[in-house]
Design a protein around this ligand. Structure first.
Ligand SMILES: [Fe+2]
Length: 196
């Protein structure tokens, strides 16, 4: 993938998303930016197997999924929601805002921290694109390296305190995350045959 340093020859959705993510993450959170690049790279591979509109949406959401960690976006401290609010305010497509809002089993975390109502303003489309976004995130390590789902869950537990809502939410969303990964693996094994 070429660098997206603020000027895309054609400012399409994935490219605009890459520029936005780089601006928000690269300087302040280089690790998160490396992870984001890894997730987007994986999404680009899957996008080739999807209808074009779904593919562009997946790649754009992959670039944007963690922008809510940028300190300038912090409102609630819940990165999925902060990222989605930022995008919605700037007129990004509702579908992308919602994919960012719900990625990585956000609903279970939102229930634990009292933000389920606010998150509910965004709809979880719960389809192939959403599954693929979760898959890309859950098979990319914190520094952008490819990682199995099992290792990713283990590193997530190791990196966070046991009482961290993200860790506590695994009791509720661990199986949901695993199912999204499994469905995407099946889709990839079939070479996306049934998607078009
Ligand atoms: Fe992520």
């Amino acid at each position: 993938m070429e660098r997206h340093s603020g000027s895309c020859a054609q400012l399409n959705l994935p490219c605009a998303a890459a520029v936005t993510a780089e601006r928000l993450l690269a300087g302040e959170l280089p690790g998160r930016w490396a992870h984001t690049r890894g997730v987007a790279h994986r999404a680009e591979q899957i996008a080739r197997l999807l209808p074009p509109e779904d593919g562009r949406t997946l790649v754009a959401a992959a670039w944007l999924h963690d922008i809510g960690y940028a300190s300038g976006l912090a409102e609630t401290g819940f990165h999925q929601l902060d990222g989605a609010h930022y995008l919605a305010r700037r007129g990004w497509p509702e579908r992308i805002c919602a994919l960012v809002a719900h990625h990585a089993g956000a609903t279970a975390v939102a229930r634990l921290i009292g933000l389920a109502g606010e998150l509910g303003a965004f709809e979880d489309e719960a389809g192939r694109v959403r599954d693929a976004l979760w898959y890309c995130d859950m098979t990319t390590g914190p520094d952008g390296e490819p990682m199995s789902f099992e290792d990713r869950i283990a590193e997530l537990r190791a990196r966070r305190a046991p009482d961290d809502p993200v860790v506590r939410a695994l009791a509720a969303n661990g199986s949901e995350r695993a199912a999204a990964v499994r469905r995407t693996e099946t889709f990839l094994r079939d070479g996306g045959q049934r998607s078009r």
